[in-house]
Design a protein around this ligand. Sequence first.
Ligand SMILES: CC(C)(COP(=O)(O)OP(=O)(O)OC[C@H]1O[C@@H](n2cnc3c(N)ncnc32)[C@H](O)[C@@H]1OP(=O)(O)O)[C@@H](O)C(=O)NCCC(=O)NCCS
Length: 245
Amino acid sequence: MQLREPCAASTEALLRETDQRSYQAISSSPLPEIEVSPIVTPLQDRHIKKASKSWVDAFEKDPNRKQTPDVKDATQIIMFCVMVYWRRRKIALTVDAGASIIFCTAPKSPRSLFDRCADWRAAEVQAKVKTAVSRSLGNRVEKMLYIDTLATEPTSQGWGYGGALLDSVGALADVTNQAVWLQSTNERNASFYLSHGYSTIDEAVIGDDNPNWHGAPVIIKIMVREPRPQRAARTDERQGFVNLV
Ligand SMILES: CC(C)(COP(=O)(O)OP(=O)(O)OC[C@H]1O[C@@H](n2cnc3c(N)ncnc32)[C@H](O)[C@@H]1OP(=O)(O)O)[C@@H](O)C(=O)NCCC(=O)NCCS
């Protein structure tokens, strides 16, 4: 099943330089603008090498996951193993064979060692997020889908890939009538999630009361997307979602 979302990537960006020269050789008119749609597909094992690199590069500047160059390679190997495991146990989707990826946990999935490897944030971060989630979602969290991670390689950001993946999970959540939650670690992402139907329900402030924290406090927003009422889905559409998961 392929889910599509409009994308604003320019024609120039899509044609390799040689293709652009070939076009100019046969046409005197400028390149026409075409609209392309990112194609969302299930993540396959053959995508994971690229996916783990996309993830590490995407998070390189994340305020909440400081990565020094010497740990970057090790992180990529760890994320490769995590993704091989996650692909078999979570909703795992991609655009462009690993350039952009999303992993989403179904309700009541047990937290594994691989989940802990992927979330190696400081104990303070984990404790404060846990408090905010239980304060604002309570037991409801057990019935919700959870977006573990979403990342697009830096050179493909802004082309609609991340939005298409997020909307695919949203479409699945609508069909199954489930809410989705996630943690947003910076302000720019929060506005991206807002534009895809999420709203902030709580915040965890990291570093505000920690004498060993040397930067500005980091705010992690707990964001939720409620399911939207569905028109009666056709049987083949439902079957498609079953296959997707
Ligand atoms: C957040 C992230 C996944 C978005 O992926 P993406 O493929 O760039 O997503 P899209 O292209 O669909 O949308 C990006 C948004 O940023 C805007 N944007 C503009 N220029 C951009 C650029 N150069 N790079 C990225 N985003 C840009 C887009 O307009 C869009 O906003 P909109 O949703 O209001 O239209 C990606 O930026 C990323 O990997 N960031 C680092 C990792 C991260 O923070 N992950 C999320 C953890 S909470």
